[in-house]
Structures are given as C-alpha cells and as structure tokens.
Design a protein around this ligand. Structure first.
Ligand code: PAF
Length: 281
C-alpha cells in the first residue's frame, strides 16, 4: 500500500490506474478506523480493481471546536489496518493540502439537509459536501463507499453528486455493530467503561421501537417509547429521535406517509455524541 500525502501525486496514481483499465473505488474516512470502515474497504476491494482510502479529519464539518480537537487521530494503526485490508492507496493529506485557501463554497443541499443533523449541527453538511466534492474531484472514482450509520449523510452526498454532476456510484453499506449491538463508531473509544456497558441500550431501544411499531402503535407513541427508554438509562440523553421517510429524510407523522421508514437518533452518552438508526420497513 502506498501512502500519498499530496493531491498531485494522488491524481497521477489514479490516472495510472485508469490507464490500466482499472475501476477505482474510493472510501472517504476521518481515520480512527474500526471494523465498520474496514467493511467498506472490503466491499470496495471486492467490487473495484484499485482502492483508495482517504484519512482526513475535515475541520470544515465540525461545528463544535472541542469535538474537532478531541476527535481520535490514530494514523499508524489506521495504516496497519488498511495495509491488511489490501487498500492500494491511503491518501492522508494535511489541512493545508486539502484547503490551500479557505473553501467558501455553499452547496444548495435542499430538504435532505434541513432536518435532523442539519439544524443540530449548522454548517456540518456543507463542510461534508466541501471535503467529499474535493476528494471526488481529485480521485474521480467509479464508486464511493459510505456507511449507513450516517444515514442522512448518504442522502446529502447523493444530492451533492447531483449538483456537481459527478458520474460516481454512491454505494451505501450496512452498519457494523459490536456483539452487544452498539454501532461501531470512532467516538466509542471516548466512552468510560461504565458508559460503554450501557451504550448498547440505544440499539436495544430502537429494536424495541421497531417491535412496538409492528404491533400497530403510532409514530408518535413509538417515538415516545424509544426516547423515554433511552433517557431512563444513566448518562444518556436523547438529542433527537426522528422517524422519517427513508427516501426523502423528511419526518413522518403517520406510517402510511412513507413506503420505507427509518428511525434516526442521536444520544449524548456523557459528553460523547452517538448516532444510530434502524429501518422500520
Ligand atoms: O463519515 C465521515 O467519516 C465523514 O463525514 C466523511 C464522509 C469522511 C467526510 O469527512
């Protein structure tokens, strides 16, 4: 595996792959890699002949400066995992390399970005669109791989691809969970041992909500049950739990309002913000 730190070198190596007729897969990450990320790399490895993984903690998508400072950075361990997963390139640029000038672009991301994470993290999705559009421009991959844990992010990225006219397949990949059900996340390492023991309660509550909904209960009652169940766990506070139309990201108030519905949640466990979701149908 090659470690590349400059945009020029990345462009050159990807051009070589394409001259050799190889399909190129890109897996954008912010590092602190875990089995969830590696499942994306594995999928890219199975479907593409050249796999590029970017590792970059993107400052423009952090609306909370403490979150940016405390975000785990584990480059050496990340490279070892990527080497093992047989990535061809780890692209690990500096902030100056990615942003030689401030990125002042504002993307018209529309309704998919106006709910849930949109109002909760002002500027976050614009920052994601900025960095991912740069990575797409540098790499021009055939396919790019994203995890469904960030359910809304995938819709935002699809919208950005539409706006920018990129010819790239966005491949969404299922959430990877620990054996106890907690969604894998780079932020989990910040939980205390006690919080880590309680954190699987989030997914258990989502599953309880799914069963409750299948028994014929309303959207409002399901939202209340999940929220109250999690808030009753020590250290936990639900920031939001929305039940949405999975195609549009818009909240629904009646199950009949959506052909496919998902429940998206963010929970503060102490000061660690955890995110998860479940497909209802
Ligand atoms: O999902 C993430 O890790 C980030 O938002 C992404 C897509 C790598 C952009 O920085």
């Amino acid at each position: 595996m090659e470690i590349i730190r400059t945009v020029d070198e990345l462009r050159q190596r990807v051009a070589e792959f394409k001259e050799q007729g190889k399909t190129v897969g890109l897996v954008p990450t912010m590092g602190a890699l875990h089995a969830g990320h590696i499942s994306l790399v594995d999928k890219a490895r199975n479907e593409c002949q050249a796999v590029v993984v970017s590792v970059f903690v993107n400052p423009t998508q952090f609306n909370n400066p403490t979150d940016l400072i405390t975000y785990p950075r584990t480059e050496e361990a990340d490279c070892a995992l990527l080497e093992k997963a047989q990535a061809d390139i780890a692209f690990i640029p500096s902030v100056e390399e990615m942003y030689p000038e401030p990125d002042t672009r504002t993307f018209d991301l529309g309704p998919v970005a106006e709910v849930m994470e949109g109002p909760m993290r002002p500027g976050h999705f614009n920052g994601v669109a900025q960095v991912v559009s740069k990575l797409f421009d540098f790499t021009r991959p055939h396919r790019a791989y994203f995890g469904e844990k960030d359910f809304q992010q995938i819709a935002v990225i699809k919208r950005m691809v539409e706006i920018e006219g990129f010819d790239i397949d966005i491949v969404s990949c299922p959430i990877m969970r620990h054996d106890d059900g907690l969604a894998m996340s780079s932020r989990n390492v910040r939980l205390t041992p006690e919080q880590r023991n309680l954190a699987p309660g989030i997914y258990k509550a989502l599953q309880l909500g799914k069963t409750f909904a299948a028994e014929g209960n309303t959207v409002a009652a399901t939202k209340a049950l999940v929220t109250e169940t999690i808030n009753a766990i020590p250290f936990m506070e639900v920031e939001y739990f929305e039940i949405i139309n999975a195609a549009t990201m818009q909240p629904i108030s009646d199950w009949a309002d959506a052909p496919h519905a998902a429940g998206c949640i963010t929970v503060y466990c102490g000061d660690v913000r955890l995110i998860d979701n479940i497909i209802f149908f």
